[in-house]
Structure formats: structure tokens, C-alpha cells
Write a protein that binds this ligand. Structure first.
Ligand SMILES: *[C@@H]1O[C@H](CO)[C@@H](O)[C@H](O)[C@H]1NC(C)=O
Ligand SMILES: *[C@@H]1O[C@H](CO)[C@@H](O)[C@H](O)[C@H]1NC(C)=O
Ligand SMILES: *[C@@H]1O[C@H](CO)[C@@H](O)[C@H](O)[C@H]1NC(C)=O
Ligand SMILES: *[C@@H]1O[C@H](CO)[C@@H](O)[C@H](O)[C@H]1NC(C)=O
Ligand SMILES: *[C@@H]1O[C@H](CO)[C@@H](O)[C@H](O)[C@H]1NC(C)=O
Length: 490
């Protein structure tokens, strides 16, 4: 290697004077000579002002630079350009960035440069117009740890586009136009931990497209057009801990959709159009700690949905279309692990103000956790027009504290460093009343509700007792009532 360099330097010095141009000026001949004996270029010290590439490095001396920021100013660079092999002049580069300033100035992955960089750890190409990533585009680099290809025009990922990269741990393909993920695009990447595909055009995830990513920890698929998730699509992601599917087009979550993800801790499904969640949708998510479903179209949330998730400590159901929610539904969250404080967000739903929500008062008074208390205090409800309670109408005029809905510092309880902020659709509702501003005894309790509550649990006043009973894990009371009722019916 050393000798090679010396040899190149000698050639370079011999060639400082441009080769005498032959009389016969036909293009192919000149090109051939150019490539046979390249003019030696130190990529960190490009003096030719006409050069399409300029790199700013931490050292201009030959083979001393470890960081290079390269700017590409004008179009027409080809994969055969002499600049690419010249990267051997700086073979110590670990950190290489290409910033593309003109459209169509860089339309491919410069493999001929990458292959010469034996120490490369970080590669970034931004604002280029790369459309396609061919197989083995990164020349099987055994050193590269992070690849960032944000804001290009990538539409196609081939089979083995990202393959044989033993050290690759982070890959970002954000802000491209990828519409489909085929199988075996990601192949033999034993260290890939983070994969970002946010803000693409993804609507089709082929079954098994992540099959080889057994060590992936974080997957971001937010801001795409995904309308279905199935178990088969997520096959292989057995070590995934965070899955972000915010801002997609999901309308329902089917049974066991996430059951391949045994290790999942955070599932973010905000801002989709989810109307329906199957009873066993979250089956298998035994380690899930945070589930966010805000900004969807849920009108009901069944009691059994959370039964499968025993470790949940954050549940976000803000800005849905829920008209009521029972204590039974959220019980697995608030009672799951006393040593961890858990929180349930319910504001921004058109809950109706009635005694079905009385458990919220009890929970708010009982909880020692201020995050949960604040979250409960933000819950608003809509007074039922049919039932015109005077004292309720007085309260309606009160301004609703909507500013706090957005500025919720406690939201990222589980992961405070999470950079994602969910855009909230603010359910402006002039009739919304802060539930806990209403005295509990003024909460309307129409006969039918009273009856249905009585049937299932006994008198609403007993809710507090019931809540205490449940928190001790005793569920005998309602069972007894059901048995008694059945006996009566029979
Ligand atoms: C120049 O090249 C062309 C085609 O390659 C050839 O026909 C011609 O004879 C050459 N002329 C001279 C002066 O070498
Ligand atoms: C990368 O590995 C693949 C499969 O082993 C091989 O076909 C390909 O030629 C390799 N590419 C380079 C540039 O070494
Ligand atoms: C990879 O991504 C994770 C999470 O985004 C980040 O914490 C980590 O620093 C990244 N690694 C590298 C090498 O940049
Ligand atoms: C995005 O995907 C849709 C199909 O889902 C396709 O019709 C459209 O052409 C894609 N847009 C781009 C820019 O690739
Ligand atoms: C999951 O991660 C753990 C620890 O990071 C590792 O020991 C294990 O091998 C991984 N599982 C798989 C299937 O790769």
C-alpha cells in the first residue's frame, strides 16, 4: 500500500504538466488515456476550480484526513469520473458526507469511492437525486456503521441493496419516495439496530421484508401510506423495541398483528384512521410499555383489548371518538406495576358527562402520581343535551383549557428523549367541560345508565369500593352479582 502511494505520487509529479495533446483530437482516445494514467488528485486539496466536487477535510495532507465534507456543485458527474478512485488519496477517511447542491448532480451511490475507504464509518449523501440503490451498492464495506441517505429521490430498493455490511448499525432512508419494500432488500446486516424509513411513499410491505433484521431495535415507518399491518410483514423482528407507525393510513388492527414482536416496548400508532381494533390485536406484546393511539377514529375501546399487555404503563387515546370508557378497560394499565407510575391520556374525546366516568374522580383522588393526576384532570366531557341539568349549563360557559393539550411535558413519560411530537388535532368543542371541575354528585346519571351500571357492578356510589376491591385484585363482587342475576333470570 505504502509503495503504491509512492508510485502514485511519482506519477503525479511526472504528470504535473498536462500530457501533450495529440494532434488527433478524437474523444475516445483522450478519455482512454485519462483513465489509464489518472492525474493524481488529493480529494481534500482540489485546486482545479472547474472540479464538480470540492471536499473540506480536517487535514489537507495526503492520507491524513479522517473527515471529509464534500460538496457537489454541478451535474454530469458519472460513475466513471476520475474523482472517485482519487478517494484513495485519503484512505483514512472515517466520516464522509456528500452535500448535493444542484438537481441531478449526484444520481448514484459513488461505489468507486466507498470501496477505497477501508476505515469508513459514517457515510451521508443528502439532497442528491439518487433514484435506485443497486445490489451491494456499498461494496460490502466491513467498517461502515451508519449510512444516511435522507432527502434523495430513491424510489427503488433492489434485492440486496443493503447487504453484507457487517458493522452497519444505523440506516436512514427518510424523506425519499420508496413505495414498496421487497424481500431481501436488507440482507446479512447482523448489526443493524436502527432503520428509519419515515416520510416515504410506502404502501406495500411484502411479507418477510424485514425477515433478516433479527437484531433491529428501532423501526420508523411514520408518514407513509401503509394501510395494513400483518404478522407476516413484521416477521423476523424479534428484537424490535420501538415501532413507529404514526401518520399512516391504517384503518384497523387485526388479531395478532404484532405477535412476532416479542420484545416490543413502544408501539406508536397515532394519527392513522383506525376505527377498529380486534380483541387480540395486541396479543403477544408481553413487554409493551407504551401504546399510543391518539388522533384515530376509535369510537370504542373494549375491555379485553389490553388484557394481553401486562406491562403497559403509558396508554394514549387522546383525540379519538370515544364517548365513554370504563375503568375495566384501563385497569391493566393503572394497576399493572405499582412500582412504576403509569398514565392514561383520554382528553380530546367526546366523552359524555355521566356517572359512567365516576371512576375518574376516584382514580384521581387515589393516585400518588402527578402525571396521571394531571392527565385525568385534563379530561373533558360533553354534556348530554337531552338531560338539561342546570348546574351543568352554568359550567359550560367556562373557558376550556386547550392550551395545555398541546404543551404536555409529561407526555413522553416513558421516553423523554423521543424527538417525535405528535401533531394534535385539537378537538375544539365549545361544549366540552373539564370533567373534574364538575362535582361528582352533579354528574348526571340517567336511569338507563344507572340501570346498566347497577346490573354489572351495583350502585354507582359503590364505585369507590369497587375500585379499591379491584386494586387488591379481588374481582369477586361483580362475579357474585352476575351469578345472582343469572339465578334470578333462570
Ligand atoms: C485520427 O483518428 C481517426 C479515427 O480514429 C483516423 O481515421 C485518422 O486517420 C487519425 N488522424 C491522425 C492524423 O492520426
Ligand atoms: C459483495 O458480496 C456479494 C455476495 O457475496 C458479491 O456477489 C459481490 O461481488 C460483492 N461485491 C463487492 C464489491 O465486493
Ligand atoms: C443510531 O441511532 C440511535 C437512535 O437513533 C442513536 O442513539 C445512535 O447514536 C445512532 N448511532 C450512531 C452511530 O449514530
Ligand atoms: C406513490 O405510490 C403510489 C402507489 O401507492 C404511486 O401511484 C405513486 O406514483 C407513488 N409516487 C411516487 C412519487 O413514486
Ligand atoms: C436480541 O438481542 C439480544 C441482546 O441484544 C441478543 O443477545 C440476541 O441474540 C438477539 N436476538 C436475536 C434473535 O438476534
Amino acid at each position: 500500500m505504502e509503495q503504491m502511494t509512492k508510485y502514485l505520487i511519482i506519477i503525479a509529479s511526472l504528470l504535473t504538466v498536462k500530457p501533450t495533446e495529440s494532434k488527433n483530437d478524437t474523444k475516445p482516445k483522450i478519455d482512454r488515456r485519462y483513465y489509464q494514467m489518472p492525474i493524481f488528485i488529493n480529494v481534500c486539496d482540489i485546486v482545479d476550480r472547474r472540479s464538480k466536487v470540492h471536499c473540506y477535510c480536517d487535514s489537507n495532507k495526503l492520507k491524513l484526513a479522517t473527515r471529509a465534507d464534500c460538496w457537489i456543485f454541478s451535474g454530469g458527474l458519472t460513475e466513471d469520473d476520475a474523482i472517485w478512485p482519487s478517494f484513495s488519496s485519503q484512505s483514512e477517511i472515517e466520516h464522509l458526507m456528500f452535500n448535493v447542491r444542484t438537481d441531478d448532480a449526484l444520481t448514484f451511490i459513488p461505489a468507486k469511492a466507498i470501496v477505497r475507504l477501508d476505515k469508513l464509518k459514517y457515510l451521508s449523501i443528502q439532497f442528491g437525486t439518487i433514484k435506485r440503490i443497486p445490489p451491494y451498492a456499498f461494496t460490502n464495506s466491513s467498517t461502515v456503521r451508519q449510512i444516511v441517505l435522507k432527502s434523495n429521490k430513491i424510489t427503488n430498493l433492489d434485492k440486496h441493496s443493503f447487504s453484507q455490511l457487517m458493522m452497519l448499525s444505523n440506516l436512514s432512508l427518510d424523506d425519499n419516495l420508496i413505495s414498496e419494500l421487497k424481500r431481501d432488500v436488507f440482507f446479512n446486516l447482523p448489526n443493524l439496530h436502527v432503520l428509519h424509513l419515515s416520510n416515504n411513499n410506502l404502501s406495500l410491505l411484502h411479507e418477510g421484508c424485514f425477515k433478516h433484521l433479527n437484531n433491529l431495535i428501532e423501526l420508523r415507518l411514520d408518514v407513509n401510506y401503509i394501510s395494513v399491518v400483518t404478522k407476516e410483514m413484521l416477521e423476523g423482528l424479534e428484537n424490535l423495541s420501538r415501532l413507529n407507525l404514526r401518520n399512516n393510513k391504517l384503518t384497523m388492527i387485526g388479531n395478532l398483528a404484532f405477535s412476532e414482536l416479542w420484545g416490543l416496548k413502544e408501539l406508536m400508532l397515532d394519527n392513522n384512521a383506525i376505527e377498529y381494533i380486534s380483541e387480540r390485536a395486541f396479543g403477544g406484546l408481553i413487554q409493551l410499555r407504551k401504546l399510543t393511539l391518539s388522533g384515530n377514529k376509535l369510537t370504542s375501546f373494549y375491555e379485553d383489548i389490553l388484557e394481553d399487555i401486562r406491562s403497559l404503563i403509558v396508554l394514549d387515546l387522546r383525540d379519538n371518538l370515544l364517548t365513554t370508557i370504563s375503568y375495566e378497560t384501563i385497569r391493566p394499565v393503572v394497576e399493572n406495576d405499582k412500582s412504576l407510575s403509569s398514565v392514561v391520556y383520554l382528553d380530546g374525546n367526546p366523552l359524555s358527562c355521566n356517572c359512567r366516568l365516576s371512576w375518574i374522580y376516584t382514580l384521581r383522588n387515589e393516585t400518588k402520581d402527578s402525571t396521571l393526576r394531571h392527565a385525568l384532570e385534563k379530561i373533558t366531557c360533553l354534556s348530554d343535551t337531552k338531560d338539561s341539568d342546570r348546574s351543568l349549563n352554568d359550567q359550560i360557559e367556562e373557558p376550556v383549557d386547550n392550551s395545555n393539550l398541546l404543551a404536555d411535558d409529561n407526555y413522553e413519560y416513558y421516553d423523554k428523549n423521543s424527538e417525535d411530537t405528535v401533531e394534535k388535532v385539537n378537538n375544539e368543542n365549545s361544549k366540552a367541560i373539564k370533567l373534574t371541575d364538575l362535582p361528582l354528585e352533579e354528574l348526571p346519571c340517567p336511569k338507563e345508565i344507572m340501570q346498566s351500571i347497577e346490573e354489572s357492578y351495583g350502585h354507582p356510589i359503590q364505585n369507590e369500593i369497587r375500585l379499591k376491591a379491584f386494586s387488591n385484585g379481588v374481582r369477586i363482587l361483580p362475579n357474585l352479582i352476575i351469578i345472582v342475576l343469572m339465578v334470578i333470570i333462570l
